[in-house]
Design a protein around this ligand. Structure first.
Ligand code: PEP
Length: 249
């Protein structure tokens, strides 16, 4: 089953109004492969989402960087999945390691969020990945499988899920996983999905890599058979994001 290449740009907590407008105009002017070849989704901070959505070219889409775990209400500072749907925001990133580690989001909490967001009609980029300590102790696959299991236990439809494998030690560090390291985890993850969810889901779910992807290393990563695209942090704020999108072909 063909899996369309997916490139997400996670802008994190960055950008002024002027900077955001500039990034959007660079994206809008870029020549990139057509929509049937690559799906591009950028994720600005909440306050810029409506503006970016209104200015961005129609073949690119937008994602929120988080949403609340259930129906909105007395949860100061949170944004609900219903609000995103109400604002025509189609995608949300859930379980980014910065939230898992800095805000103590557990596997179960992330699984609940993924399930609730999907139920409301959002498409979800669900992030998993091990710390350096976990990799060095040989538990990468156990960690990633446990994170994925917490999602699989709560989700029965995977059409609207993209899994992002993001080793924590590679995020924002300049230490990109080697293409072989990324491929190894992606293929193990696909096997895990095959054995624990089903062959159709394993064949169709896009597993994208994130962690210090840039214009210089994307081609080699994109050539790996189980790397279906990227979640890009730092480089998504720069013109080289266009080169990363082009690595789809
Ligand atoms: C990320 O934050 O999802 C990410 C992959 O960051 P960077 O590309 O900067 O490592």
């Amino acid at each position: 089953m063909a899996r369309k290449f997916f490139v997400g740009g996670n802008w994190k907590c960055n950008g002024t109004l002027d900077e955001v407008k500039k990034i959007v105009s660079i994206l809008n002017e870029a020549e990139v492969p057509p929509e049937d070849v690559v799906e591009v989704v950028v994720s600005p901070p909440f306050v810029f989402l409506p503006l970016v959505k209104s200015l961005l070219r129609s073949d690119f889409s937008v994602a929120a960087q988080n949403c609340w775990v259930r129906r909105g209400g007395a949860f100061t500072g949170e944004i609900s999945a219903e609000m995103l749907i109400n604002s025509n925001i189609p995608w949300v990133i859930v379980g980014h390691s910065e939230r898992r580690l800095l805000l103590n989001e557990s596997n179960e909490f992330v699984g609940d969020k993924v399930a609730y967001a999907l139920l409301q009609g959002l498409k979800v980029i669900a992030c998993v990945g091990e710390t350096l300590e976990q990799r060095e102790s040989g538990s990468t696959m156990n960690v990633v499988a446990a994170q994925t299991k917490a999602i699989a236990d709560r989700v029965s439809h995977w059409e609207n899920v993209v899994l992002a494998y993001e080793p924590v030690w590679a995020i924002g560090t300049g230490k990109v996983a080697t293409p072989a390291q990324a491929q190894e985890v992606h293929s193990e993850l696909r096997k895990w999905l095959h054995d624990n969810v089903g062959p159709e889901v394993a064949a169709s779910v896009r597993i994208i890599y994130g962690g210090s992807v840039n214009g210089a290393n994307c081609e080699e990563q994109a050539a790996q058979p189980d790397v279906d695209g990227f979640l890009v942090g730092g480089a998504s704020l720069k013109p080289e994001f266009i080169d990363i999108i082009k690595s789809a072909t």
